[in-house]
Design a protein around this ligand. Sequence first.
Ligand code: NG6
Ligand code: CA
Length: 514
Amino acid sequence: MRDLFILLSLVLVFSCRSKEEDNEILKPNIVLIYADDVGYADLGSYGAKGVKTPALDRLANEGLRFTDAHCSAATCTPSRYSLLTGSYAFRSNAAVLPGDAPLLIDPDAGTLPSMLQKAGYKTGVVGKWHLGLGIGDIDWNEAIRPGPLEVGFDYSFIIPATGDRVPCVFVEDHHVVGLEKDDPITVSYRERIGSDPIGREHPEMLKQQADDQHSETIVNGVSRIGYMSGGNAARWKDEDFADILTEKAKGFIQDQRDEPFFLFFSFHDIHVPRVPHPRFEGASEMGPRGDAIAQMDWCVGEITKALEEQGLAENTLIIFSSDNGPVLDDGYADEAVERIGDHNPAGPFRGGKYSAFEAGTRVPTIVYWPDMVKPAESDALLTQVDLYASLATLVGQDLGTKDAPDSFDYLSAWLGKSKTGRRVMLEQAQTLALRDGVWKYIFPAEEGHSTWVEEIKKIESGLLLEDQLYNLEKDPGEQINLAAEYPERVRKMKEEIERIKKKASRPGWSEAGD
Ligand code: NG6
Ligand code: CA
């Protein structure tokens, strides 16, 4: 009798599952793997030298490898903001945030994860957040909200800001992980607090020397931006980032295996401080930056393996990309410059992180979905701000008039069914730039874009004060400024930028400019 009951239950479970699986074909699991500061040519499949990335190369070879896909901005917070809201970051003045900044995303507005929740997805974010938490004056010892859970995620395990900013603790859902009641955390970006040593005074305690900006509280032998005190049991070890985050991501996949899920797996690698696990030491020929690339690739391999082991690989859409272009020296003496060798992280393009030149936003982008996507290369012009609207189409969700004002449906290009992406596309850095097919126009930085100017001043100052126009087909490295030769094109592209800036909501407007 008992055996019969088990048999009947099994038949029932099996028939339910196969029905579900049929339906899920249109609602694949979505895993968005978001690397930090990985440049266009930092992967083997994009021309990297001195480091191997077999897991990512496999996805690139068996999936779609994009050559003209872009993050929305040349720094982290603005790119992530656009990715999750479908709105350009300049509309909210989003710039790189300190670690105690309030939540930048409006909890009442539509977001990519909340759209997917409506479509029946379980949503999770694991990794770097850097979009602010709370409403200001955050108490890290209490429930921390609003945050990811209030903008569409069912689960979150995050690095609140960046690895180089305090507080150096993980936050799971609303709480700091491992916090002990009798050792509360305080954080300040204004003044020194507590008695922890700081990098400026104790360089002998550091694993890597740092610039003045990164010379405040020392945690795990690394000095950070900002001051923190307390929370000692909760403090992270940079060497464990990859293991801990990958474990959490795998856990989320395992827990959600029976229903469609969206995982935003947002790496710390290869952002500074680059302190990979000792087992990756020497994995590349380039020191910690290259070793961090190898570590990142390992994480991708682990996730792919987990999906395969759960039998989910065929019906999971994996999107891999980066939040901004490459940077070598970003504040720590980690030999990134000295040991670069023949490797060129930006490939044939000019600039990198912070920059309005192509390498600021043109990033490696891979789409892998065995059930639906055939191996190919695509030069479609794509931007991550469109993932919101494109994925909405994939899962059959309509967007409200206030949702995702800058996001457009380019699903066929994202899935390789079409090679045509955008004709016109905005790039955000210290200023705004515009692509129109092969043409690239950069708006003069000092004309009313002061919020974007600061970061770049050190890098490219003089250059950005005039109109710049490049023909990327003939001049992918943006060396020959054609602005004076094509004043009419400059005028039109400038106007287009003005038009995008004025636009506020979806209806009556087409990004293609027609
Ligand atoms: C900059 C930091 C840099 C990095 C960046 C954010 C200084 C001098 N530089 O302000 O080290 O943290 O912010 O990087 O403080 S991002 O990838 O999150 O945008
Ligand atoms: Ca970044």
